[in-house]
Design a protein around this ligand. Sequence first.
Ligand SMILES: Nc1ncnc2c1ncn2[C@@H]1O[C@H](COP(=O)(O)OP(=O)(O)O)[C@@H](O)[C@H]1O
Ligand SMILES: [Mg+2]
Length: 294
Amino acid sequence: MSNPIVYCENLVRIYRTEETEVLALQGLDISIEKGELVALIGASGSGKSTFLNILGGLDKPSAGNIFVDGVDLSKLTDKEMLEYKRSTVSFIWQNSARNLIPYLSAIENVVLPMEILGEKPDYKKAQELLDLVGIGDRADSKLFMLSGGEQQRVAIAMALTNEPKLLLADEPTGAVDNATATLILDLFRKINTELGITVIIVTHDLKLSAKVDRVIKIRDGRTSTEYLRLDKEDNGGNFEHTGNSATHQEYVVVDRVGRLQIPKEMLSRANIKPMSRVKIEFNEKGQIVLIPSE
Ligand SMILES: Nc1ncnc2c1ncn2[C@@H]1O[C@H](COP(=O)(O)OP(=O)(O)O)[C@@H](O)[C@H]1O
Ligand SMILES: [Mg+2]
């Protein structure tokens, strides 16, 4: 890893209530390079949103290290955190359009963040952003006149006004139909390549996963496996039909101290039982082989 924009190590987030303690993240290790387009997948409750919220400065880790663009997020004062949120990150949610104002036009919505920050609204820049997201011709339409997918694009244009280095999208296509979801994912790719913004997308949709450079899978609040693209060609989003192996190769991640977390399915396939001893051998190619104890 040469130039990570996101580097987190042993990240832990515990939610405590009077009766319960939820380990939302239990030692997450993730490194993301500048300019990457990454999908984050994992079952519901695996900690995806918790991780994104920490990256976005909306939540704080209970332990561990997290650096974004060289900044140690756990050391920021409130004022520095505010500045970080203004200048470094932007967020898109499934229902981002709910944060928009229905009776304002698309372009008036896009300039809102500038007005909120007390800046002079830059309509030229707002128009450029609407052009970029493909709805430049709807700039003067009232928001409520636009479709769900178009509204989500307005929200994306709005999220780009602060020229973020990192765009965080938490299930951004959860509320739109498949065709619109594809358009929106293509748009994230465009934002990634044309503006050079690093993009992290949480998604359930494996079709979308096929369109990104790398898929990171979280299990139980830990990084477990990664899928790297075999080729950079667009596979037309057929991840779902062809299976992972056609477009991506699965890897297990080794952490800094050499620990390996092997997914349950793989352990059971290899007949390795939890809490059992495993013999480690090298084969003739010098590769590690794990052998379950009898
Ligand atoms: N504010 C909170 N208070 C208590 N528990 C929470 C809170 N937010 C999330 N959790 C719990 O943390 C775990 C991870 O949640 P989350 O990050 O939302 O998962 P995901 O986005 O992958 O579905 C879940 O068990 C969830 O119930
Ligand atoms: Mg979530």
